[in-house]
Ligand binder design. Structure first.
Ligand code: F6R
Length: 623
């Protein structure tokens, strides 16, 4: 889950670009992937010079200011989420070995590193860190000096054949000072193509300031970049092709834009994220045209079960989607955490449609579950926000969300975009299978099109929620209740508070209250309640209003999220947060927003780093 950057430039074409600056800029942008430590290595004057430091990229920058690095046209960098070894200076990357002649950065886990370390120790090598990376670097150095006879790409091929696990490795050597050689296996790596300069990044944000041209590469491949271009081979040395693409993200979209945090900015991006995800996916009559779903229509018609797999917030988006998909398509739909799905021997066959939700497209648990599903014969549709990432590449088709880069570790706009995209998928299946009339689909789409403006209204009323977050900053625990689609919203509200405000929070299905959780209610316990539309299904609204009464009677402070005009809640609520009226299935797209603002407000009030909460990283690329 670390971030990796590489740069090589030709000074006569790009005289302004210094490797250190380019690499540091990439690390700042990739820091969301891990921020336990950071480091860089540059090549200049026949030597590799490296600096590394525990802590964030800012700590590394301070270290470089204290001990400057020379101007250079070749450099690699790393921002770390610790797996093997504590986040100390010595365990930080790059690992410089072979008497200073070779520097390596690595993302992932090398599972057989203990065995390899023992083998290398027997050859006389000693190790100064606890990391698997130093072992890989030493093996690479040993191979380079030995069998590979100084050929860095060849040495990387031979080394990769010995490594087990998931990894991206970048290496520079004083003996090949015009190039970076990088390998990829089940861990992300994208190539950036500039003019007289080339880049490597864990994702495109690593070089988005410099070029919009990028190349995807496959697993089991090695790329050599020089200022003039790139060359890809397999781990067996066979020539291979990458897939070139143009980056649609705007560099400015990955900046804070005057907001205090990326999370705050990304909450404000949500109307655009929904609008952009809807754009171009239906005609003026509301007929869905999901051209990217190039899976045979007859296969989609014969699907008899849908399983949505995802982790964390994405899994809650899947839970919301289940209500809509089952309602619209009448296909039994399950939602499962990807890591549970993978290891439970699920019943999956060629009539199962698996929908994999992932913002990053790199979540290892979800990727492994995708592979497992495909091995069992299922078709897999990915719903993903990151072009060129692993999950869409391995799925049968992908419906991209167009939320733009999500930098804050806590997911916000990707959640709403995921719900939007799964709704489009559900409607598309209903259209294809004839479960809904065209005018019914049209009217749902018309409602979806109104959502961006309504989300904007919720955001515009944020002052009330921000005040609440200041008032509740000392709460020891916050509970969230919801029914139907409000239930996953409650879970998401609780997750946001846990992850960024480090505050105990639980989400419950409101109907479950009397089966246990109500025992938690005592005087002063804050409880958020998501109230369904009074115009919605059955007696859901009345039931939730009763739940509010029950907890209020036991001393809870009730913070009720209810539609405008829903007066029934007033008398039982300590606070009412209003959201615009909308059909039940649209409500999660609105009711989630105050919960995001609340969590962001509490974390800010407590003085925490909202975007980079402790112990977390943006994409979890290890199982
Ligand atoms: C929570 C959060 C995580 C992610 C989860 C899946 O705010 O961001 O729970 O939702 O790690 O990540 P993706 O969607 O990248 O697969």
């Amino acid at each position: 889950m670390c971030g990796i950057v590489g740069y090589v430039g030709n000074p006569s074409v790009q005289p302004e670009h210094d490797a250190l600056e380019v690499v540091l800029e990439g690390l700042r942008r990739l820091e969301y992937r891990g921020y336990d430590s950071a480091g860089v290595a540059v090549y200049a004057d026949g030597q590799i010079a490296a600096r590394k430091k525990a802590g964030k990229v800012a700590a590394l920058e301070a270290e470089i200011e204290r001990s400057p690095l020379p101007a250079s046209q070749l450099g690699i960098g790393h921002t770390r989420w610790a797996t093997h070894g504590a986040p100390s200076d010595v365990n930080s990357h790059p690992h410089v070995v072979a008497g200073g002649k070779l520097a390596v950065v690595h993302n992932g886990i090398i599972e057989n590193f203990v065995e390899l370390r023992t083998e290398l120790q027997a050859k006389g090598y000693t190790f100064i860190s606890e990391t698997d990376t130093e072992v890989a670097a030493t093996l690479l150095a040993d191979t380079l000096e030995g069998e590979a006879a100084g050929n860095l790409s060849k040495a990387m091929q031979m080394t990769c054949q010995r490594l087990e696990g998931a990894f991206t490795i970048l290496a520079i050597s004083v003996d090949a000072p015009d190039r970076i050689v990088a390998a990829r296996l089940n861990s992300p790596l994208v190539i950036g193509v500039g003019e007289g300069e080339m880049f490597l990044g864990s994702d495109v944000s690593g070089f988005i300031d410099y070029t919009k041209q990028a190349v995807e590469m496959d697993n089991g491949q090695i790329v050599t970049i020089t200022a003039e271009g790139y060359d890809i081979v397999t781990f067996d040395g066979e020539p291979a092709q990458g897939k070139e693409f143009t980056i649609e993200w705007d560099a400015a979209a990955a900046k804070k834009d005057g907001f205090n945090s990326f999370m705050e900015k990304e909450i404000h991006d949500q109307p655009a994220a929904i609008r952009d995800t809807l754009m171009g996916r239906f005609d003026e009559n509301g007929k869905l045209t999901l051209d990217e779903l190039h899976i045979d229509e007859s296969i989609l018609r014969s699907v008899d079960k849908i399983i949505v797999i995802a982790c964390g917030t994405a899994a809650y988006a899947g839970q919301v989607a289940r209500y809509a998909i089952e309602h619209w398509c009448r296909i039994p739909t399950e939602v499962e955490l990807a890591h549970e799905f993978r290891y439970r021997d699920p019943i999956v066959n060629e009539k199962t449609l698996v929908v994999a939700l992932s913002q990053s497209g790199e979540t290892m648990d979800t990727l492994m579950a995708v592979r497992h599903a495909r091995e069992q014969g299922a078709k897999v549709i990915a719903i993903c926000n990151t072009y060129g990432s692993s999950i869409p590449r391995e799925a049968d088709a992908c419906l991209y969300t167009h939320a733009g880069p999500e930098i804050s570790v806590a997911s916000t706009k990707a959640f709403l975009a995921q719900i939007t995209a799964t709704y489009l998928l559900g409607l598309y299946l209903a259209q294809l299978r004839g479960n809904m009339f065209a005018d019914e689909i049209h009217s749902v789409i018309a409602e979806l099109q109104k959502i961006p403006e309504k989300v904007q209204d919720v955001i515009d009323n944020k002052a009330q929620v921000e005040q609440l977050s200041r008032d509740m900053v000392d709460a020891k625990s916050v509970l969230f209740l919801g029914r139907h689609v409000g239930f996953p919203v409650a879970l998401e509200g609780a997750l946001k508070l846990k992850e960024i405000a480090y505050l105990h929070a639980e989400g419950f299905a409101a109907g479950e209250l009397k089966h246990g959780p109500i025992a938690l209610i005592e005087e002063g316990q804050p409880v958020f309640v998501i109230v369904p539309s009074p115009r919605g299904r059955d007696s859901l609204h009345a039931k939730v209003v009763s739940n509010i009464q029950e907890i209020r009677a036991r001393g809870a402070i009730t913070i009720v999220i209810a539609e405008e005009g829903d007066d029934a809640v007033e008398q039982f609520a300590n606070h009412v947060i209003r959201i615009p009226q909308s059909p039940t299935l649209m409500q999660p797209l609105l009711a989630t927003v105050p919960l995001q603002i609340f969590a962001c407000g509490v974390a800010t009030e407590k003085g925490y780093d909202v975007d980079q909460p402790r112990n977390l990283a943006k994409s979890v690329t290890v199982e």
